[in-house]
Design a protein around this ligand. Structure first.
Ligand code: SF4
Length: 328
């Protein structure tokens, strides 16, 4: 990989409480290259959104980054003053959230919001910015963009609003887009269109994408690589084809087994027993061991570290690399 757009190393996010320190993200590392989509997947509480929030410097206090570093185009950004980080958000990092109304102000015309974003980050006049906004709305599939640019958010359907949010996220030509469950609130029929749109636009522009979702099906269709998170750690990371076709980690296998298919001969959908542990009850050893059908004795005591297997990295005692690594 050439120098990654986003590089995360040993990231740790903690929440101090009266009963002790809770660790929401625990020593995770990954890169995203130009034009690449990294899917970050896991159940609710796995630490995916917290990882996204850490990258964009939006962890709610008393939460804090307690270790590791985040680099954008080689420059460290996790230790920047608030104002500097605020400028980076929007200009160099675009954001798309589940609810389009998190990003859109219902009281302003959508065109004004896009124009304002363009002009906040680039020295262009009102007229040129408006032309650019119309072009962007056309790019994201808003028919009759010239007329619709003066509409208010409530005059659009949910799917159309999310297209507008994508236009807004790309308005300043960011190097990185973080999309956190961008289609979860939309009809299933619209979800695929929005995901394909995001993927196409980012590929054309060379934008790196961190796509956070609980839906392995979305990842399988969209991402170039996937990071599977469990209890604040990366269980498995690798090229999406490798991970989808031959998952190594039992948790990844469980997620894969839960993707619905139209094949009548496909085996019954699997369900992973149990639930993601709460932050104050993360088990010792491998955090997945109470739910793992393949757990070994040592899984209860020793935490597996990520080890290379083919083009992937897997944190599991079952995999040869991890066992060899432990023996060193
Ligand atoms: Fe299961 Fe053990 Fe692998 Fe954890 S380390 S996933 S408990 S086999």
């Amino acid at each position: 990989m050439t120098r990654p757009v986003l590089s995360v190393r040993g990231l740790r996010v903690e929440f101090p409480t009266r009963k002790g320190v809770l660790v929401a993200v625990d020593d995770i590392s990954f890169d995203i290259a130009e034009g690449e989509v990294l899917g970050v997947v896991g159940e609710s509480g796995a630490g995916k959104s917290m990882t996204g929030s850490a990258v964009i410097g939006l962890i709610e206090p008393p939460g804090r980054i307690a270790g590791g570093e985040v680099r954008l185009d080689g420059r460290r950004i996790d230790n920047l003053p608030y104002e500097e980080m605020r400028r980076i958000r929007g200009r160099r990092i675009g954001m798309i959230f589940q609810d389009p109304l998190t990003s859109l102000n219902p009281l302003y015309r959508i065109g004004d919001q896009i124009v304002e974003t363009i002009r906040a980050h680039a020295p262009v006049g009102e007229k040129a910015a408006r032309q650019r906004a119309i072009a962007l709305l056309g790019d994201v599939g808003i028919q009759g963009a010239e007329a619709r640019i003066d509409s208010y958010p409530h005059q659009f359907s949910g799917g159309m609003r999310q297209r507008v949010v994508i236009a807004l996220a790309l308005a300043a030509d960011p190097e990185l887009v973080i999309a956190d469950e961008p289609t979860t609130a939309l009809d299933v029929s619209i979800q695929a269109q929005i995901i394909q749109l995001l993927k196409r636009l980012c590929r054309e522009r060379g934008t790196a994408v961190m796509l956070i979702t609980h839906d392995m099906g979305v990842i399988a269709e969209t991402a170039d690589r996937v990071a599977v998170m469990y209890a604040g750690r990366i269980a498995e990371i690798g090229p999406v084809r490798d991970v989808v076709q031959s998952p190594h980690h039992p948790y990844t296998k469980g997620l894969m087994g839960s993707i619905p298919t139209l094949d009548a001969n496909a085996p019954r959908l699997m369900q992973i027993p149990g639930a993601m542990p709460r932050l104050n009850a993360i088990p010792k050893g491998c955090a997945f061991h109470p739910r793992c059908m393949e757990a070994l004795g040592r899984c209860w005591q020793d935490r597996p570290e990520p080890a290379a297997i083919g083009r992937s990295e897997v944190a599991c005692w079952l995999t040869a690399g991890a066992v060899a690594g432990a023996g060193r």
